[in-house]
Ligand binder design. Structure first.
Ligand SMILES: *Cc1c(COP(=O)(O)O)cnc(C)c1O
Length: 367
């Protein structure tokens, strides 16, 4: 596949009808997740002849795509999720954006889609945040950024498409789980799995989410916030939630998280928390942990805390786990101290409030 790795220029076509400031500020008073969008989007197109071309920052608007566009039939689609934060001293910052750029290309390779130069990916993000900087909420909110790519070729044959659109949209968001630090309840599904060895579990593709929605619906029908998936081969090992990785805090102070191995999404929050925990002198084991051990360790007190993590929700304590035929609680159903400490350590770096020893925070110039 011809890959244009040269960086792409972005033409600037500002929105002639941006949302009036009064309306935006009114909307900011009650932010949910992913319901409100900024004035602009970044777009770049790819085809087999020209590679990446026609980059622009333009008014957010619908795409006109052919009904035969291959994404609509064979689901060649990948995405990323990241946030721009407004720090107390007024800067606009991103958190480890180059990690998102790298992972996006890993997802692209798995889905037989063209890679994009990391600098082009990052420039699209930066230019969009610059033009929509007033859309970054202050305080607890942030501007959620959604880079994605899909196959736009009108063709029903089965092979990798020859045309793609890369786009970034932005959505101001409040806290992911309403009610803040309240621990979540999760449902362990017996019927469904999320990812199999050799499959697409490590790629951030829409198809993984489509396949997980029925289990998420099952979780909600059971009164739970989220679903946790076990491995597909043995249905024994804890893997992750529908869109979040998972950690366990043991009574000796160590942490356990399932190892990456192709069936788990390599979360940037996961990776960052492993580093922060080790910085604090905690031992972190990336090792398989079975659902049976989880249940037994919660009962015996060997397990002290459990939490889920990802960009959208950051860190969320797991209070109760339900499964077909039973339920158990962790730390009396409350968010534990290690969970809270790690959450605060990460959030304070993301918001520019503490020493950024690993240089994870990237300020955006000019805003
Ligand atoms: C995006 C995602 C995560 C979390 O990744 P972060 O980089 O921490 O946001 C975890 N699991 C799945 C399935 C995901 O899609």
């Amino acid at each position: 596949m011809a890959v244009n790795t040269a960086s792409v220029e972005f033409a600037l076509n500002p929105n002639a009808n941006p949302m009036p400031e009064a309306d935006r500020l009114k909307a900011f008073e009650n932010l949910g997740f992913g319901t409100l969008f900024s004035d602009h989007m970044a777009v770049i197109r790819w085809n087999a002849d020209r590679g990446w071309h026609d980059g622009e920052i333009t008014a957010r608007a619908p795409f006109a795509i052919d009904p035969a566009a291959s994404v609509l039939h064979y689901a060649q689609e990948i995405f990323e999720g990241m946030k721009a934060y407004r720090t107390a001293d007024g800067r606009a910052v991103l958190f480890r954006p180059e990690e998102n750029a790298r992972r996006f290309n890993e997802s692209a390779r798995r889905m037989a889609m063209p890679e994009i130069a990391e600098e082009t990916f990052l420039e699209a993000i930066e230019k969009l945040v610059q033009i929509d900087a007033k859309w970054i909420p202050e305080g607890e909110g942030s501007l959620y950024l959604r880079p994605f790519m899909f196959a736009s070729e009108a063709f029903l044959g089965v092979r990798p498409a020859k045309d793609y659109i890369f786009c970034v949209i932005a959505s101001p968001v409040g806290p992911y789980f309403k009610g803040g630090a309240k621990p979540i309840t999760i449902w362990s599904t017996e019927k469904f799995t999320r990812a199999a060895p050799g499959g697409t579990g490590a790629a951030k593709c829409g198809g993984n989410y489509a396949a997980s929605l029925i289990a998420q619906a099952e979780a909600q029908a059971q009164g739970c916030d989220q679903v946790v998936f076990l491995d597909a081969a043995e249905h024994k090992w804890v893997e992750e939630l529908g869109g979040m990785n998972v950690f366990f805090v043991m009574d000796d102070g160590s942490l356990v998280t399932p190892p990456l191995g192709g069936t788990i999404l390599p979360g940037i929050t996961r990776k960052s928390l492993i580093t922060l925990a080790r910085d604090k002198g905690l031992t972190v084991h990336e090792r398989p942990y079975s659902f049976e051990d989880w249940k037994a360790d919660a009962a015996s007190g060997k397990l002290k805390e459990a939490f889920a993590c990802g960009t959208a929700a950051v860190v969320a304590g797991i209070g109760t786990v339900k499964f077909p035929g039973g339920a158990f609680t962790i730390n009396g159903g409350e968010t534990g101290p290690v969970t809270q400490t790690l959450r605060e350590a990460l959030v304070s770096i993301q918001r520019g409030q503490s020493n950024d020893a690993h240089a994870w925070v990237k300020p955006i110039s000019g805003v």
